[in-house]
Ligand binder design. Structure first.
Ligand code: EPU
Length: 417
């Protein structure tokens, strides 16, 4: 198994380019199932989750090929309607095939995703939505079986704004009979990107990016042509890495409009963030100032940036309180950060971080994707060497991260257990 070995203490300097957003590319790939023909999706990052989705689509009968950063998908012969346990268990986003399969084939079967490291993460809201659209739902040997002769438009009100839930319903509704209205929809940029991709297929959607989305079903869709938006979480992670090392980094191919809450928070830590014509220049302070943060659905501070901000706060001047309100178990990086000398106390969904002057390198265990990112951020600023184990979590969501960090002057190499 690969490890990442980081010698901390180098100020990051230089230019980095951001890849396409994993969490936009995944639903857009699933959306290809909605229409026969050859689909073309640009700016798709080379990540393990993307190849897992590719394998899943191939398993369902689609042709999948990633050429440079363009995904070519041939969905002329989609016949299979079951997403097997082996794939769903390695990637929860596999549930995104439910909506499109149900709309195209009238049935879909997906292994019920178990809990995962960051929380229980049920899909009851996705299923409630399908049911409202006329689908029947049964549980068979650990598989959710969703079936509908004809999907009808419906009024769907989510108790909690769910990102993949909103995406699943939007995809199913694109081919349903009549109008679907999603209330309390997720407003994340990835939802908007999926809506744009669906519109390129001929779907009729208004309101994506707002709390109410209306989808007027059409009888058929054409193959999609779309460029995936830049990854806002990768952008934010590089900002945090620059911030904690007192670095000066130009970030290219990013979209700052998707990062308002993150930028405002990082500015409060003393970072300078200056938009450029083609990206942004970020400069870290000598030592970050402490800030408080609470994760919220978009446009609030993203849960996917909570761990990276916490890494910064470990060496900040003062005490910061970080609350996690989206997932119930997303503090697994805390135990690892403590092993580096961080002073963090957790009470329920709240972490109190008392900044220390320096973290010390240590052997570390990655537990999930964003926790791994936070360990990298911390290790870049720590005194001495850190070895991060189980970095396969990282490879799910960050494209060539060690190469990008090395280009910025970090002392990072991939090792073996
Ligand atoms: N929820 C329910 N029932 C549902 C669906 C969600 O109770 O049917 C709850 C969840 O348990 C959670 C909250 O609603 O407490 C929000 O979860 P959401 O459904 O929005 O999360 P998701 O769609 O499963 C996506 C991203 C995550 C990101 C979250 C929140 C993808 C593929 N995944 O997950 O990304 O953290 O939205 O923004 O888009 C990551 O990239 O590291 C990652 C975990």
């Amino acid at each position: 198994m690969d490890t990442l070995v980081i010698k901390g203490g180098k100020r990051l300097k230089g230019t980095v380019e951001i890849g396409g957003a994993k969490n936009a590319a995944l639903p857009i790939m699933a959306a290809a199932l909605l229409a026969p023909g050859e689909h073309r999706i640009g700016n798709v990052p080379h990540l393990r989750d993307i190849s897992t989705m590719g394998r899943l689509l191939a398993n369902l009968g689609a042709g999948f090929h990633l050429e440079s950063n363009t995904a070519l998908l041939d969905c002329s012969k989609v016949k299979n309607y079951a997403a097997p346990y082996e794939l769903v268990s390695t990637m929860r986003a596999s549930v995104l095939v439910l909506g499109p399969l149900l709309a195209r084939l009238g049935k879909a079967k997906v292994s019920l995703p178990g809990g995962c490291a960051i929380g229980a993460r049920p899909i009851n809201l996705h299923l409630m939505g399908f049911e409202k659209m006329g689908a029947s739902i049964t549980l068979e040997s650990g598989y959710i079986f969703v079936k509908a002769k004809k999907l009808r438009g419906a009024q769907i009100n989510f108790d909690i704004p769910t990102v993949t839930g909103t995406e699943n319903i939007m995809m199913a509704a694109a081919l349903a009979e009549g109008k679907t209205v999603i209330e309390n929809a997720a407003r994340e940029p990835e939802v908007v990107d999926l809506a744009d991709a669906l519109k390129s297929m001929g779907a009729r959607i208004i309101g994506a990016g707002e709390s109410v989305i209306e989808i007027d079903g059409v009888s058929r869709l054409r193959p999609l042509r779309h460029e995936v938006i830049p990854d806002r979480i990768e952008t934010g992670t590089f900002m945090a890495a620059a911030g904690i090392t007192g670095g000066e980094v130009t970030i290219k191919r990013c979209n700052l409009q998707h990062l308002d809450s993150v930028i405002n928070k990082l500015k409060d830590t003393g970072m300078k963030i200056r938009p450029l014509k083609t990206g942004v220049k970020v400069t870290g302070p000598k030592r970050p100032a402490s800030v408080n943060a609470k994760t919220m659905p978009y446009p609030g501070f993203p849960t996917d940036m909570q761990a990276q901000l916490m890494a910064m706060m470990c060496v900040a001047e003062g005490t910061s309180v970080i609350s996690e309100s989206i997932f119930e178990n997303r503090f697994m990086h805390v135990a690892e950060l403590r092993r580096m000398g961080a002073d963090i106390i957790i009470e329920g969904g709240m972490a109190t971080v008392r900044g220390v002057r320096k973290l010390k390198g240590a052997p570390l265990m990655a537990t999930d994707l964003r926790a791994s990112a936070s360990l990298i951020v911390a290790a870049l600023a720590a005194e001495g060497e850190s070895t991060i184990h189980r970095i396969y979590h990282l490879d799910r969501g960050y494209e060539r991260i060690e190469e990008k960090l090395r280009k910025l002057g970090a002392d990072v190499r991939r090792g073996k257990e």
